[in-house]
Design a protein. Structure first.
Lengths: 281, 281
């Protein structure tokens, strides 16, 4: 039994951590955007037991995707093959997209007949459990420029979206940040929650992409998550008339405009914001 | 000032009318799917007063779209030009798609900075007010195979979706049905609500496209909305190994498979189910 599914990458600009003892209700509030790039997953299911996860041709640990497989297909041998066309571990929501595409594909291959919210709920819980993300899955389920008004898994959390046309976003990747390390640091969490709440309140008053870029930038500064190197690149984009901020959580600058100034700092990847979310292939 | 937006067509398979004194909370529960075809709207705004709606090149009354313009741009002269590439008045949700694309375009052109839910809320209320639809706008805002679990405008109503890949749906159009006439007939409403509730309960237990097709068919029979001509076509598709039902509300058969048997009854239009909803262009 085989099936294929796709989930878009997702970049968060700012967020607030919302604790809850129920993992489906735990999550984040905030805002980000999905990309016309992400994770394509094929699952193959055979008699037996065990899990093999192969990402871009290499056997990988992928704990979040493994959690999904254990929940949905523990009585089989499952091979998960994902092609990820965004950087991994850099705030592009690759773990959420891997988990979500795996959940959708497994439900289809095994005729589990899960709805979107059903499949995405499993992926969301896997992310929370493994501390790899809090709000990527609900955004990746919907697609677009998603405002997470209330935290939680799809069907529990509440979203709105900012209307955008085909916007191109430029990215420069400096390195990884461990989501787990940040989520486990008590002091950083406090800063994130204060700044995240302020940013979301500001965005709800004026839900535009320009306001999102500005509030994200302020959030990255106020939380102390912005490194000097990132600040330097953002400044350079601004000088060139663009707007930029930092992906949460990755040592990554995303920018609207400012392509030429970004080139000085490394290879520039350009993706369009996607309008649609995860789907079966 | 000009702006353009698109909203997909939407076909409902079954529904339940949910009354409420607040038009944003009034709506329907049920299930349907959006198509990779729909309404593209350009709005042009000038000094002055008045509304001109031009659909496929012809000046048209379009009361639902006019309601949207009155709400968002009453102090201007507004020209709305829509290209509708599905049949009008036949259960393809053209009025909802026209209203939704107009609301998104107006918000953008006038920098009203409405979110998706904000713009779609205006379109939903316009539909309810004019009795042209109850659940199309929320489905068209999300896109895909949308289960409307709780009624209302986007942000108030609650949806889930059935995961589907690129499914082709074949259509034969026999004629129009007035949504207003059906919504105003007390006796028909009773039948719709009983049958709609049963169908939705059945779908939530097993949210698959096959189950949706079957439950829609049963709904069309139980409500008495299915004409002999439609029943005849559906039977013919079934004999050929396909599944089919009737669009709510139009004298229209939609079918998965059965293309050759449909051809005997008129020109067949084939659209894919869309994964994405309305958007700015």
């Amino acid at each position: 039994m085989r099936a294929r599914a796709y989930a878009p990458a997702h970049i968060t600009g700012f967020f607030e951590i919302c604790e809850h003892s129920d993992q489906r209700q735990m999550g984040s509030r905030g805002c980000g955007f999905t990309l016309q790039a992400g994770v394509t997953t094929e699952v193959s299911i055979e008699e037996g037991e065990g899990i093999s996860v192969i990402i871009n041709g290499t056997k990988t640990d992928a704990p979040t995707t493994r959690s999904v497989v254990r929940r949905l297909a523990s009585e089989y041998f499952v091979e998960v093959r994902s092609r990820i066309d965004v950087p991994i571990g850099c705030g592009f929501g690759a773990s959420g997209a891997g988990a979500l595409s795996t959940a959708l594909a497994l439900s289809n291959a095994l005729s589990l007949d899960l709805s979107y919210n059903g499949a995405a709920g499993v992926a969301h819980v896997a992310e929370v459990e493994n501390k790899t993300g809090l709000g990527d899955v609900i955004a990746q389920t919907h697609g677009g420029m998603v405002i997470r008004r209330k935290p939680g898994a799809p069907g529990i959390g509440e979203v709105d979206r900012i209307p955008v046309s085909d916007v191109e976003v430029n990215h420069v990747v400096l390195g990884e940040i461990s989501t787990k390390d940040v989520l486990e640091d008590e002091k950083v969490r406090g800063c994130i929650n204060r700044a995240g709440r302020t940013a979301l309140n500001g965005l709800l008053k004026r839900p535009t992409i320009q306001n999102f870029m500005q509030l994200s930038n302020q959030f990255a500064i106020d939380t102390g998550l912005m490194s000097d190197a990132v600040a330097n690149i953002i400044e350079s984009v601004k000088s060139a008339g663009g707007t930029a901020s930092m992906a949460m959580l990755g040592e990554v600058v995303f920018a609207i405009g400012g392509y030429d100034s970004l080139k000085d700092f490394g290879p520039v990847r350009t993706y369009k914001i996607s309008h649609d979310g995860a789907r079966l292939l």
